[in-house]
Design a protein around this ligand. Structure first.
Ligand code: 8X3
Length: 248
């Protein structure tokens, strides 16, 4: 029985991965900020596999360290899914908010590193493990008004490659999934609850669903030990690039 630790597991892509992994008999350590939401998922999935929950904000280094220490004492992590992350605001660079920039750099980049550090230490010691970093098409292309969000996802792309290079001697697999438009709470957070703007993101086209990304994660972890799916860009059929989307 393998154990996967998933960040941002209380909704969206993280929740979908948790559900699919549980269906495939993988024990789970579900991490998130929202106790209410996560405990509902915990109750449901604990009928299928062993579930541990850890509550922390990836942006808070002390919180991450304190929450993960007991988890790692009691569990060996076979699979780390670095999924937590968000876009905050979508404005030209001269109109961007420093708070939004901090939130994206702190969450998408520094948070990913805070979580990865102690788990990588354990994987290196055990000389085994698999890391899946959830990147974005925004980590492959920069688009208008994406500036700092794109920068944060380009950083994830670089960190993913860096992890794969440095962890190569230890037999650790490192993979990235880079989705395009996925219909989750992502746009609602990006546009700060403005439903009209959030819905417009997916107007006249069929986006991906969180489950589509979960399927890719399951494929990655179910390959034989000698196969590492290192990087997958997943787009809706209607999306040809970050900016080219067929609508209507
Ligand atoms: C989310 C996809 O296209 O909004 O990372 O950047 S996109």
């Amino acid at each position: 029985m393998k154990t996967a630790l998933i960040t941002g597991a209380s909704s969206g892509i993280g929740e979908a991965i948790a559900r699919l992994f549980a269906d495939n008999k993988i024990d789970l350590i579900l991490c998130g900020r929202s106790k209410n939401r996560l405990s509902i998922i915990e109750q449901e999935l604990s009928k299928k596999v062993n579930i541990t929950t850890a509550y922390f904000d990836v942006r808070n280094r002390k919180e991450v360290e304190e929450a993960l220490a007991p988890v790692l004492e009691n569990n060996s992590i076979d699979i780390l899914v670095n999924n937590a992350g968000n876009a905050h605001g979508m404005a030209p660079i001269h109109k961007g908010s420093l708070e939004d920039w901090d939130a994206m750099i702190d969450g998408n980049v520094k948070g990913l590193l805070y979580v990865s550090k102690p788990i990588i230490d354990q994987m290196v010691e055990r000389k085994t493990g698999q890391i899946i970093n959830v990147g974005s098409i925004a980590g492959k292309e920069v688009y208008p008004n994406g500036n700092v969000y794109c920068a944060s996802k380009h950083a994830v792309d670089a960190i993913n490659n860096g992890m794969r290079l440095d962890l190569n001697p230890y037999g650790i697999r490192v993979s990235q999934i880079s989705p395009g438009l996925v219909n989750t709470g992502f746009s609602s957070i990006r546009f700060k609850g403005d439903k009209v703007k959030a819905d417009a993101t997916y107007n006249g086209m069929e986006p991906l669903y969180a489950e589509d990304i979960a399927e890719v994660a399951l494929f990655m972890i179910s390959r034989p030990a000698h196969v590492n799916i290192s990087d997958v860009i997943v787009l809706p059929t209607a999306q040809a690039s970050a900016t080219v989307v067929k609508r209507g």
